[in-house]
Design a protein. Sequence first.
Length: 260
Amino acid sequence: MAPSAKIDVDDFQREFFSQVGDFSQLLNLIEALHGIHYFIKDRSCRHVAVSDTFAKRLGLASAEGMIGRTNYDFYPKLIADQFARDDEQILRTGQAKLHIIEMMPSACGGFDWITTNKIPLFDSTGAVIGIMGTLQSHGDQFTSWADGEGIGKAAEYIQRNCHAPVDVIALTKIAGVSQRHLNRKFHEVFGMSAQDFWVSTRIHRACDRITNSSKNVAQIAAEFGFCDQSAFSRQFRKLIGMAPLEYRRKFTRRKSSMAE
């Protein structure tokens, strides 16, 4: 075979991709990646395409259940509002938002940490017509992706000890940094201080207990180290956007409908 002739890269790629038929076939590769979910939205933030694994993570039988619907159909308003702010910024600026680290709820009412990447989709004239993104769940494993091994170890310590009262001094020893540096790095990676990360983790773990146990709110508050039910309910509403019992009713109904 003779050496390849010099080509114009843009023209070469454009010609090839103009021959591609059904665009969805390109998504099959992402669907096959372990632990990676994808989604595509239009300018109204309605889902145009999603991976089956993403839909099932939300308790749906297949991706078809998400098509034409927005995040507000699946998440508490406080969380959907945050996703909407990111989407609106991308649609307005045409700039990607990469390596967003955030909590995301699952079908059972629990939460885990994910990394989200979102890029704008352009039409042939260069206008933004939608968004494509990927999500990757990390569970409790932080050292492989948190910014700096020490910060990752501190985050993992919080995940393992979320039932205990906040102990920032212990975190500084684990991370091997000062409290000021610890909080600065947590803000860079997670968008919040180490103390807020600990409280957030406790609340989100409590979400799973609320929907998957018969314990009352006071018992769950005590289990996760809150001094009383009132303090727990206050933090819960602040982070989740609804009261614990309202959350239990909503996600218990969702699980019941999934089982039918």
